[in-house]
Design a protein around this ligand. Sequence first.
Ligand SMILES: Nc1ncnc2c1ncn2[C@@H]1O[C@H](COP(=O)(O)OP(=O)(O)O)[C@@H](O)[C@H]1O
Ligand SMILES: [Mg+2]
Length: 246
Amino acid sequence: MTSLAKQSPTTVAAIQTCGLGKVFGEGRQRVIALDDVSIELCSGQMTLLMGPSGSGKSSMIAALGGLQAPDTGQVIALGEDLWSRSSRKITRFRRDHCGFVFQSGGLFPALGARDQIALPLTFLGWSAAEAKRAACEALDWVGLADRQDSRPSEMSGGQNQRIAIARMLAKKPTLIFCDEPTSALDGKNGANIAELLKQAAARHNAMILCVTHDERLVPHADRILHIEDGRITSDSEEDKPYAANR
Ligand SMILES: Nc1ncnc2c1ncn2[C@@H]1O[C@H](COP(=O)(O)OP(=O)(O)O)[C@@H](O)[C@H]1O
Ligand SMILES: [Mg+2]
């Protein structure tokens, strides 16, 4: 296996993985969640990661997004060997570069939409005025500029998921990870979210890795990866089954 860290920085994708492996449990309980996964993900592209339940999709997001260490292999994120760093540096990397959106938006019930977005930015050290300005811009971008003071209970599921996306985008992350972001939404709202994410990838030159079961997102994606039993089984950018994992 070659070390990805030794490649020239000019050829480094937003994220590269090499031989990524993750196992849970022991003996009869042993499950291989990621099995020798080697992929490259580019800036400015939205990639869908699709596969059945238990195939390793969330484990992949966890390993690539600095949330849970793989057992084997490397993740080169923005040119740095992510898991060779101290946990403090990994936390800082996540904070500075990564954005996450999960199935349910994880919004604060008591906050209006603008504060929902601005408050986390102040935790990152932004001034109140900067945070408010960025929050208003992000709300405008997801088409909810007129809902600045609305709380989650006063909005639909689709609107709340757009707020969660605005909150994630407000700090302009370079690496965006979404885990089933549309699974609680109907088809039209799901398509809106997918289109917003795709535009975000293009506009901010961000990498987006979006885990989904939702076939309706396929037309919005730049690239589709399929995963089964922890192995990448197909890649729409390859015209043949994914060779590196054979
Ligand atoms: N914390 C954990 N402890 C034990 N097994 C786990 C844990 N997380 C995931 N797994 C197992 O690893 C496999 C892959 O899980 P996951 O990545 O969550 O799949 P997906 O997101 O595709 O449903 C599954 O068999 C799951 O049960
Ligand atoms: Mg999952």
